[in-house]
Design a binder for this molecule. Structure first.
Ligand code: ADP
Ligand code: MG
Length: 282
């Protein structure tokens, strides 16, 4: 297994789509595992109170577990809430507990509430020794455009949007793109949509092809060539506290996620370093 190439800078990727059930969590988990299996240190931040990302990575997220809530609303550092995963050694996770459900409201009265996650991540990256700095930070967003997703858009350098190859796939996307625009103009000038991932593609239907073509016409080269098929192994894996990449490496769900991760990694090589951000060591 040839390792994936390291990115030109630490990539903080926000995985967002305010629609539920489009594959945000599945993509955060499986891209994260694939990047780490192929040699890139990766941190997945679970920002959904459901905690499904934490579950799939085998990370405890029962109430009382140090979690992203403590960094967002409390004053824990990210280092205090990062957990190793059972999936693979280079992958760690900041879990989400159900406490996070209250954060949308609790954050309203917090100073610089839109910047909480960004500050936590930046401080963490600065404080880690170079050989422990992640190459990738993936943030799994909840299915809404509230303060949690806003924090994730302010924290990221780039957005990855999973789009389900189904009816109404593009519905609501305008609203997300509008929000990203607002964030770029007012809060985080660096943010941009850099990746579109087609998910739950069913090759037997004409509809899936039509949606895929429409998305490619609209987003051009932002769309990864790799497409994630609808595959029952993908939906089984979380029940075993696993990603599909570790649960059934030979399945089409797994191989397509590895391909998508490889493409993501290859595209990352050309990114210039950010002056404000440290670089990882070997
Ligand atoms: P989101 O995080 O956007 O709400 P999820 O990643 O949780 O979406 O996916 C929604 C549901 O679809 C989950 O039950 C998941 O297991 C299932 N699923 C996701 N991707 C696939 C796929 N490629 N094939 C089959 N089922 C999938
Ligand atoms: Mg989710």
């Amino acid at each position: 297994q040839e390792p994936f190439p390291a990115p030109g800078r630490i990539r903080v990727i926000t995985i967002a789509n305010q629609k539920g059930g489009v594959g945000k969590t599945t993509s955060s988990v499986n891209l994260g595992v694939a990047l780490a299996l192929y040699g890139l240190r990766t941190l997945v931040v679970d920002l959904d109170p459901q905690g499904n990302t934490s579950t799939a990575l085998g990370v405890d997220h029962s109430v009382g577990t140090p979690s992203v809530y403590d960094a967002l609303v409390g004053d824990s550092s990210l280092a205090e809430v990062v957990h190793p995963t059972t999936a693979t050694p280079l992958l760690s996770c900041v879990p989400a507990t159900i406490d996070l459900a209250g954060a949308e409201i609790e954050l309203v009265s917090v100073v610089a509430r839109e910047y909480r996650l960004r500050r936590a991540i930046e401080t963490h990256l600065q404080e880690l020794p170079p050989e422990q700095r992640p190459h990738y930070v993936l943030i799994d967003c909840p299915p809404s455009l509230g303060l949690l997703t806003l924090n994730a858009l302010v924290a990221g350098d780039e957005v990855l949007i999973p789009i389900q190859c189904e009816y109404y796939a593009l519905e609501g996307l305008g609203q997300l793109l509008n929000n990203i625009d607002l964030v770029r103009r007012h809060l985080n000038p660096g943010i941009a949509v850099r990746t579109i991932l087609l998910t739950m593609y069913d090759g037997r239907t004409r509809l899936a092809d039509q949606v895929a073509e429409e998305v490619r016409n609209h987003f051009g080269s932002l769309v990864l060539d790799a497409v994630i098929p609808r595959n029952v192994r993908v939906s089984e894996a979380p029940g075993y506290g696993q990603s599909v990449v570790t649960y059934d490496p030979g399945s089409r769900g797994s191989t397509s996620y590895v391909e998508a991760a490889r493409e993501l990694a290859q595209r990352g090589v050309a990114l210039p370093p950010l002056p404000s951000r440290p670089t990882p060591g070997a």
